[in-house]
Design a protein around this ligand. Structure first.
Ligand SMILES: [Zn+2]
Length: 313
């Protein structure tokens, strides 16, 4: 039996720490997911409770498998070399917290941290829509808009770890909507799930016959479903969303000349409603001779977990 046999059996405990859910899985070197785990993220002002939740999940997995490292992705800026969270707007108790060191202390295993959208890009290149590509941009359309950029096979983190904040590219300087980052007119305020809900509310007085009227608890999913049935308000919102997204993507194409742009996150369910408008902007604005493909993500919710595992290997 060679060493290869031994390493084949080693699994990474990969965890995706979201503002709402803590999801985890054990992943092998071929990108196969062995077991899964999901619980609510502890909603406390204490980072210790989050560490405890991860530690007990790892202990549970260790009953069934040998775990060689822990790899965690968080929705925020991280200092990868130090394994510390810089700023996580949805989990403020982690701001400045040395999460990797805390996990290593309690588990005796190596631990690493990465930004969730960066990890999703790595996951899509390893097992998803960008297999075989080396220069890719991944855009995640969720509650916010995240991004990951891989150049010549290397994840581009920037000098402070905050590169690829695609959601905070300005796409509307005049009267643009205020963004949580402090700027105005960012892509995130036009292309996130939050933005779709807001834009629908703002536009609804002009569409008195819309099926979305009279419901103040609309979700992006409900708006998408209305659009599938031909609702004019929903179609107009996804048109606008696609236009802004296309402007942002055209900028990225002109700057980075990627092989492929992968679009993921929950809002990508509305692909059929925004795709045409997005492509139209790209055609009008991006250099015409470039070979870029723009595709839907393939790994779904697992992109971050798979990317985390890949980074740990
Ligand atoms: Zn912003």
């Amino acid at each position: 039996m060679g060493d290869a046999d031994k390493t084949d059996r080693k699994l990474i405990f990969a965890a995706d720490l979201g503002g709402t859910h803590l999801r985890a899985a054990t992943v092998d070197q071929e990108g196969r997911i062995h077991s899964r785990f999901k619980q609510n993220t502890p909603q406390v002002a204490d980072a210790g409770a989050i560490v405890d939740a991860i530690v007990s999940a790892v202990h549970e997995f260790q009953k069934a498998a040998e775990i060689s490292a822990v790899s965690l992705v968080v929705p925020g800026t991280v200092k990868v070399e130090e394994g510390a969270v810089v700023k996580a707007p949805n989990l403020p108790c982690l701001d400045g917290f040395p999460l990797a060191a805390a996990l290593t202390d309690q588990l005796g295993l190596p631990a690493i941290l990465e930004n969730d959208a960066n990890a999703a890009a790595v996951g899509e290149m390893w097992q998803g829509a960008a297999v075989g590509c080396h220069t890719i941009i991944c855009v995640t359309l969720g509650t916010g808009v995240g991004g990951g950029i891989i150049l010549d096979g290397k994840l581009w983190r920037g000098v402070d770890g905050s590169a690829a904040e695609i959601g905070h590219m300005c796409v509307d300087p005049f009267g643009g909507v205020a963004c949580t980052c402090g700027s105005r007119g960012c892509l995130e305020v036009f292309a996130s799930a939050t933005a779709i809900v807001r834009m629908t509310r703002e536009a609804s007085p002009r569409y008195p016959d819309s099926v979305l009227q009279g419901n103040e608890d609309r979700t992006a999913e409900m708006i998408f479903e209305a659009g599938q049935q031909g609702d004019e308000l929903a179609l107009e919102i996804f048109r606008r969303m696609g236009v802004y997204l296309g402007i942002g993507i055209a900028n990225l194409i002109n700057i980075l000349n990627p092989e492929i742009i992968v679009i993921g996150g929950g809002v990508v369910n509305g692909w059929e409603l925004f795709e045409k408008h997005m492509h139209q902007q790209v055609e009008e604005r991006a250099f015409p001779l470039l070979r870029v493909k723009i595709v839907r993500a393939k790994c779904g919710d697992d992109a971050g977990l798979l990317g985390a595992a890949r980074l740990a290997f």
